[in-house]
Write a protein that binds this ligand. Structure first.
Ligand code: NOJ
Length: 556
């Protein structure tokens, strides 16, 4: 019998990208002792789970998403004993811990790969995707997502290996049953230690088209239609589920780029589901043109359409993961809100995003309204994606200073600056030299300052998660949207077992009049969340909404 893991529906997950969270030993890198120190803080937000982005040994070609040892902890962060202590301490506080499971690829420094590249006939030869070249070049025209072509030549084998991401991230050959056994073994290792589940990194990439045909010629990720969602995907996922997941009281959240709500229903509904929920990317491209490196002005209609589609298509069948930030996207206030109205737009974005059905995920620093970094030089960046884009843009003749502007706006490094704890040197993140520059605004934006201010974003998040937890209409409710065509207002209703909630958010920097939709009589006695310190009067079922204001009414 599969354990009943439906508790995942009432989690609020806090994501830790450890290197930038809190440094305890003064070496400039965040670490697990820093996490231990802040467990109560995380709990105080209303979070009852932590997702660790990879904390395993890694040469950091992709800051941890290139793993060189799956059953250990990076020495910058601590060791297994310390990690076990965190699991125990979290459990004592009724908090769950999930790990990032990165098994589409390993690091090129992993023992398996080092062996695999040596010859065509050693125990690890078939652990990766090796192919002969064609006409003096790579096996096909595929391009990686992070670093040029998807194939790298290795002299010892006179063959090419495939990498969907960076060169230092060779893709595993999941068609090899031995590799699948390794994956199961890794899962058991962490679950036996007590972790409560996994966030599965680009998990839909694990099966490739066995013919390796040329892809549709586009300048980035050409061939992705053949290396995402291949023919054996379901078989492998079912195997992981039947042989491992079923035997533990745990949950799985899948990362799967280019997946729509319809697909999500396929993967996440019913008792035989292969994941408990999936990370939706659609609402995170409401300001993007084709790729997330090219930003256009934010489109509220695109944002609402994406969220609405997942809410309605998954309702009663599957489950949503709700998020607006993680380590792969710039800070949301700088994207969808307004840095000049940081507090207002930060609270409003939280309101409209987390009052709907699903499991909320928040990313370190989001709770205090951290915003994008504005670096002075491209030399200060540290991420393979930024480096690669720089090359791509150089090829098309773009001057470096223009690319700097683009990187400051669109790079995921904006989310990777150290967490700002207080206004002392280095924002209280470290007593040493931070591995990556602290955002210059730390004196104004930091946890200590937000703690003291009852109207801060931080205190608002606490209130929001409390209201959400106390009123199941937000967690399980049915979604209905009003004013769909509005470019400035996001308004929806949630209903569940006789309860009804109305969520209103303004995306405008100007005040405007809002009229309640049909069926709603606004009454401030029913107001359960408001983002300004005072409340406006309601006249004739109309209310003046101030810049980026959000309001939530609840009828019981
Ligand atoms: C998705 C992760 O979220 C991202 O940070 C990483 O670079 C890629 N997968 C490759 O593992």
């Amino acid at each position: 019998m599969m354990p009943d893991n439906s508790w995942y529906k009432e989690l609020v997950v806090y994501q830790i990208w450890c290197r930038s969270f809190k440094d305890n030993n003064g070496d400039g890198n965040g670490d697990l002792l820093g996490v231990l120190e802040k467990l109560d803080y995380i709990k105080s937000l209303g979070a009852n789970a932590i997702w660790f982005s990879p904390i395993y040994p890694s040469p950091n070609a992709d800051w941890g998403y290139d793993i060189s040892d799956y059953k250990n902890i990076h020495e910058d962060f601590g060791d297994l004993d310390l990690f076990k202590k965190i699991v125990d301490e979290a459990h004592k506080r009724d908090m769950k811990i999930i790990m990032d499971l990165v098994v589409n690829h390993t690091s090129s420094e992993h023992y398996w790969f080092k062996e695999s590249r040596k010859s065509k006939d050693n125990p690890y030869s078939d652990y990766y995707i090796w192919k002969d070249g064609k006409n003096g070049g790579p096996p096909n025209n595929w391009l990686s997502i992070f670093e040029g072509g998807a194939w790298e030549y290795v002299k010892e084998r006179d063959q090419y290996y495939m990498h969907a991401f960076a060169k230092g991230q060779p893709d595993l050959n999941m068609d090899n049953p031995k590799v699948r056994e390794e994956v199961k073994d890794i899962m058991r290792f962490w679950l036996d230690m007590g972790v409560d589940g996994f966030r599965e990194d680009v998990i839909t990439f694990i099966s490739k088209d066995p013919d390796f045909p040329n892809g549709f010629p586009i300048p980035i990720a050409c061939g992705i239609e053949h290396y995402n969602k291949g023919p054996n995907l379901m078989q492998y996922l079912n195997e992981f589920r039947n042989d491992v997941v079923k035997n533990y009281d745990c949950f799985l959240v899948a990362e799967s780029p280019m997946t729509g709500a319809k697909d999500a229903v396929k993967f996440t509904s019913g008792k035989d589901r292969v994941f408990d929920m999936m990370i939706n990317f659609e609402h995170m491209s409401a300001d993007c043109f084709m790729t997330d490196t090219v930003h256009l002005p934010f489109s509220l209609r695109k944002f609402k359409k994406a969220l609405g589609s997942w809410q309605t298509k998954l309702y009663g069948k599957a489950w949503n993961a709700l998020y607006i930030e993680n380590h792969d996207h710039p800070r949301v206030i700088s994207r969808y809100g307004n840095e000049k109205f940081r507090t207002e737009s930060g609270k409003m974005l939280a309101t409209v995003s987390y009052c709907m059905s699903g499991t909320p995920y928040i990313y370190q620093g989001q709770e205090i309204g951290m915003v994008n970094n504005h670096l002075k030089s491209l030399d200060e960046f540290k991420d393979v994606v930024t480096f690669n884009n720089e090359k791509v843009f150089k090829k098309i003749g773009m001057p470096r200073f223009i690319y700097l502007k683009i990187a400051n706006k669109t790079s995921r490094e904006n989310a990777r600056t150290p967490v700002q704890w207080n206004s002392t040197k280095n924002a209280g993140f470290t007593t040493g030299t931070p591995w990556f520059g602290v955002n210059k605004n730390y004196k104004e934006i930091n946890v200590e300052t937000e703690e003291k201010d009852p109207n801060s974003i931080l205190n608002y998040y606490r209130k929001l998660f409390k209201v959400r937890q106390e009123n199941k209409v937000f967690i399980y409710g049915k979604y209905k949207e009003f004013y769909k065509r509005s470019k400035k207002i996001y308004c929806y209703e949630m209903s569940y077992k006789g309860q009804k909630a109305l969520i209103i958010g303004s995306f405008s920097k100007k005040s405007m009049t809002f009229e309640a939709p049909k069926g709603w009589n606004l009454c401030n006695d029913n107001l359960v969340l408001n983002t300004y310190p005072d409340v406006n009067n309601i006249v004739d079922n109309k209310i003046d909404l101030r810049p980026y204001e959000a309001l939530v009414y609840l009828k019981k």
